[in-house]
Design a protein around this ligand. Sequence first.
Ligand SMILES: [Zn+2]
Length: 260
Amino acid sequence: MSESVLKTLVIYTATLVIAVALASVLILIPAYVHYGEIHIPGSYNALYLSKYSPYKTIVVEIDYQPGMEPTPKTIEALQQQIEMYSGKEVLVYLDQDIEDDEVPAVIYGYDIIKITSMLQEQNRDYRTGWFGGNITLYILYLDTIWQQEDQDYSNRMHAASTKPYSVGVTYAADSIIIFKGSLPQNDMETTILLHELGHVWGFGHTNESSNIMNAEFEVYRNGPSPDDVVETWYPKDFSPAQKEELARLHETMHILALFN
Ligand SMILES: [Zn+2]
């Protein structure tokens, strides 16, 4: 191989490497951040928690329907938990933005995605910057019932079926819904919100009844009356193993969960 050919090859290779590096920074990472925002619970976990995250402030926006406002105790617990594990400044904004006529009385199956995208479009004020700005968490407090399965329930409005309703859901990297009208007891609210925060931080469900990530806490009654409440005690904190994982995420340098 002649020297000039080799030189050309080196120049082409170097150009290619630089182009790929630039594309990763300018296109790939912002695209990922944008994609995660829409699709993947847990994919922002290290962006929220890592001390190497480019974001120094977490903005929590809570929009609620009239009468569905979170309790001060729950807001305090949320803020305290996020501050503790992220080491970042946490700003919480509360807005009674959601009008009753924006939300159907019952939401079925995957309609939840369509309806909440619309609610976000109309009401969300803070969004995550694509490197720079703040990272945001969006929480909706709704007065509706979410029937996860597309089945035909008779008496569906009155919980006569033994099918459980969900009291909370995390449906994107940065978006939570609390179905406050479905909560059987007020003291469950903090537990449900921290459970959903656990999903935002990448936790799946466990089967231990005393664990905050137990899915059973999303099942709240087996009939229509308050006497049918099946849980009377709710965990209010993460387990030691989960706390360890959150501390690990704080130390992690892998701020994009590309291989989750
Ligand atoms: Zn869950």
